[in-house]
Design a protein around this ligand. Sequence first.
Ligand SMILES: C[S@@+](CC[C@H](N)C(=O)[O-])C[C@H]1O[C@@H](n2cnc3c(N)ncnc32)[C@H](O)[C@@H]1O
Length: 195
Amino acid sequence: MKPTDLDPMFPPRPTALAQQILREILRDGDWVIDATAGNGHDTLFLADCVGPSGRVLAFDVQAAAIASARAKVEQRGFAGRVEFFQVSHESMESHAAQNSVAAVMFNLGYLPGDDHALTTQSATTLAALEAAARLLKWGGALSAVCYPGHPSGAVEAGAVETWMASQVAKGWRVAKYAAIATRRPAPFLLLAQSS
Ligand SMILES: C[S@@+](CC[C@H](N)C(=O)[O-])C[C@H]1O[C@@H](n2cnc3c(N)ncnc32)[C@H](O)[C@@H]1O
């Protein structure tokens, strides 16, 4: 086998791993939230998982991100199951009932190729995680892909990991997945199941 024969997607990146795991637990008709719609990869994934009777609530502060995500969703014929909100994600509780949501996905950081100043911020991310925790139904899943490879991302990643760890005392199960021995701190996935 030559190096070029190796699968570049193995081991899976945190974003791909989050989707692989959530696909196993989501069901037709579920309500789910994409807290950082960005270019819409997770929005599209969630819309596929929940089927025509399900509902995806997708949040992003950037008009360009919403437009990009909406275009992807419409192209796949999923527009009827996705609702977009151009507001900060800590307002997600205004749009869903407590204990009603099967999964909330966060992919933190900035929109690839876009203005790096428009990145997620620790304070609003933590407020959004608190809101997500109240919306999740028993056994619901919370995923967060964190990027500690740049200074503000490192602060946010640390804050999110600390918050996730604090949920264990409430009976949640929480895990962390990351590549090891990388040159810079590697992106990691935090995955939690609510109780
Ligand atoms: C890494 S990107 C998300 C990528 C996306 N999940 C995808 O699959 O293409 C992070 C996104 O979070 C958005 N964002 C930043 N602050 C936010 C906030 N307070 N509320 C909601 N979205 C926010 C950015 O505009 C950016 O589009």
